[in-house]
Design a protein around this ligand. Structure first.
Ligand code: UDP
Length: 389
């Protein structure tokens, strides 16, 4: 581990004047820790942060301050993860949610900017591809602060996805880009649109660290589980915001229930969309349950026969827990899983979904290729952030 002096920001400003910040200048002092402000807001970010925050805490020379934007706010989408995974309590709770993308991102940026001006960190650390990620990265960059992005370089090449826009823009302003795969590294290099002096580091996937670390702690959910069930989640805007697509997907899942029971922890956004089309979860053959914590999710994965999802995280976790995956989208950022034959990307056409389900239920669970690092990505990230800027 490398110890170094902390950062001192010398500037004169009137806090009421938003334009003062362009003059931020850093002077290093010895013996103070490196300060990292971490921006979190959504469930997958809590899971990623659980392992990185722990690795950061093991460096004496690092102090982490967490901002929770409030993007996800239900107890079982947020607080439960902090408790179960022992993520340090956020210092700042912004409580910003339930707004359209522009308003959500704008309000987050406004509050994050104020906090960053007070905290004056050496690094601003952001994860993944949500509006919280983008708000944190842009607010920091405009204050001339150094930005580190975990899960950099992923691309779906579908700019209709809000996540794709968030990823591209966050990578563009980041100074340290932690990639989960060589594919992600190559995508960034091929684009050639990084900040001056930016560094790309192939860290591996922090979600692999999380799956390996927490699998021994998995616990059964309260809901009774049928034998040989398929675990399913879906919440992507392109699947649930369009009633036609949502109905088609629900038809495909109902038909899948003729083969195997389907259990589906229901994302709040999906629940709202299903209510809007008048879908009755109580009479559905699909077993809908409330969102579960990560330890229960690992149990559900471990006891499933197959995974069906439009979630990026779950596609990989299926593989980490040695389950095949049917991806309910038209493309994936995790192309290695498809190349290795672990995952099939099938969209939302019932015939294609049923064909893929049938195919995988007849495949032996053989996963010979090791992907996305060695389960020590968080340590690589902490080490890289502990050295001089
Ligand atoms: N997850 C969970 N409980 C649930 C559903 C999902 O803990 O009820 C976890 C899942 O295991 C994965 C992450 O949440 O680690 C995925 O989050 P989400 O699907 O919201 O985001 P995405 O991966 O699509 O960005």
């Amino acid at each position: 581990m490398v110890h170094r002096g902390s950062t001192f920001f010398a500037y004169t400003h009137n806090p009421k004047n938003l334009y003062f910040c362009a003059a931020i200048k850093r002077i290093r002092l010895n013996s103070q820790p490196i300060k990292i402000v971490t921006i979190l807001g959504a469930r997958p970010q809590f899971i990623k942060a659980s392992v990185v925050s722990q690795a950061l805490s093991q460096h004496n020379g690092i102090q982490e301050v967490i901002i929770h934007t409030g993007q996800h706010f239900d107890r079982n989408m947020s607080q439960l993860f902090f408790e179960e995974m022992r993520i340090p309590e956020p210092t700042y709770q912004l409580d910003i949610h339930g707004l359209p993308h522009g308003a959500l991102t704008g309000r987050m940026m406004e509050r994050i900017e104020e906090i960053l001006m007070d905290e004056r960190p050496d690094w601003v650390l952001v994860y993944g591809d949500t509006d919280s990620t983008l708000a944190g990265a842009v607010a920091a960059k405009k204050l001339h602060l150094s930005v580190a992005h975990v899960e950099a370089g992923l691309r779906s090449y579908n700019e209709a996805m809000p996540e794709e826009i968030n990823r591209i823009l966050t990578d563009r302003v980041s100074d340290l880009l932690f990639c989960p795969s060589e594919t992600a590294v190559n995508q960034l290099r091929n684009e050639g649109r990084l900040s001056d002096g930016a560094r790309i580091i192939m860290s591996g996937d922090v979600m692999k660290d999380a799956a390996l670390r927490f699998a021994p702690l998995m616990k059964a959910p309260a809901a009774p589980l049928p034998d040989l069930y398929i675990l399913c989640t879906f919440h992507r805007a392109e699947n649930v915001d369009n009633p036609q697509v949502l109905k088609q997907l629900l038809t495909a899942l109902e038909q899948t229930c003729d083969r195997r029971p389907v259990i589906c922890p229901l994302h709040p956004h999906t629940r709202k969309s299903m209510e809007a089309i008048g879908y009755d979860v109580k009479t559905s053959p699909i077993q809908f349950i409330e969102p579960v914590g990560y330890l229960e999710m690992l149990y559900l994965l471990d006891h499933s026969t197959l995974v069906m999802t439009d979630s990026g995280g779950l596609q990989k976790e299926a593989y980490y827990m040695r389950r095949h995956c049917v991806t309910l989208r038209n493309e994936t950022e995790w192309t290695e899983l498809v190349d290795c034959g672990y995952n099939r990307v099938v969209g939302t056409e019932p015939a294609n979904i049923l064909e893929a389900v049938h195919y995988f239920l007849n495949q032996p669970p053989v996963f010979p290729f090791e992907l996305y690092g060695d389960g020590h990505a968080a340590e690589v990230i902490a080490e890289a952030m502990s050295v001089d800027l």
